[in-house]
Design a protein around this ligand. Structure first.
Ligand SMILES: C[S@@+](CC[C@H](N)C(=O)[O-])C[C@H]1O[C@@H](n2cnc3c(N)ncnc32)[C@H](O)[C@@H]1O
Length: 211
């Protein structure tokens, strides 16, 4: 985008700078900033024409999503747009073991971190309650499993890695960590057999006032 729009300035924000590319790998109208956005977006009001955020669904509590949206609205200019791209997290056409893991993960994420695993579905409402208008959301099917070739294998491996990182989950499921890891093999098998998929949701919304 920065190459396509050379007269615009692009600022990338992440709390963890290790994800930023080396400076010789991006054009001069791009910069990166290390910042924890739960303390506010470090820019004056009405700075940006466009704010984009993606794959942040597990980073914030519902309260933090509301506060962040309010702050996005603050830094947007009149007629500016926000766009979000998030996964709906929960699988469809899922097998029994996948359902068990996902339901336990939702309970555990809420108890351990205050994270609502269904936050993506709530985003349009959160946008609306912060005064954004022209809200439009599009859901895209996102296959999980080798049944959808190398793309499905890639998304399944991502999800498997995510499940594997939930070291607190076996306790919620009443099983040992070793038993839990074995279940992840069943998840892989089930995804292929059931043609499991999830959704990506892209939402756009507009700020239609000054201030
Ligand atoms: C799943 S990654 C998504 C990265 C990128 N947005 C993308 O779509 O590829 C989530 C990112 O959120 C960052 N993050 C988590 N909490 C944050 C916070 N409070 N402020 C800023 N960044 C945060 C993490 O460091 C991580 O890089």
């Amino acid at each position: 985008m920065a190459l396509e729009y050379p007269s615009s300035t692009f600022i990338g924000i992440d709390v963890n700078s290790s994800f930023f590319p080396p400076s010789d790998k991006y054009p001069p109208n791009v910069c990166f900033l290390t910042s924890n956005v739960t303390y506010g977006i470090p820019f004056p009001k009405e700075t940006f024409d466009f704010v984009y955020l993606s794959m942040m669904y597990s980073a914030f509590t519902e309260q933090q999503w509301s506060e962040l949206t309010k702050d996005i609205v603050r830094v947007l200019k009149y007629d500016g747009w926000v766009e979000s791209l998030e996964t709906t997290a929960l699988c469809l056409n899922r097998g029994k073991v996948t359902k068990w893991i996902e339901e336990a993960a939702c309970i555990a994420c809420m108890k351990e971190k205050g994270i609502n695993c269904r936050i993506t579905d709530l985003l349009p409402k959160i946008f609306e309650s912060n005064g954004l208008t022209n809200i439009k959301c599009i859901k895209i099917e996102y296959p999980v499993g080798e049944w959808f070739g190398c793309f499905g294998k890639y998304s399944m491996n991502n999800l498997r890695r995510l499940f594997q990182s939930f070291v607190f989950l076996p306790e919620y499921m009443g099983i040992s960590y070793e038993e839990y890891i074995d279940l992840l093999d069943i998840f892989v098998k089930e995804a292929n057999e059931n043609k499991t998929y999830t959704h990506l949701q892209r939402c756009f919304a507009k700020k239609t006032w000054i201030g």
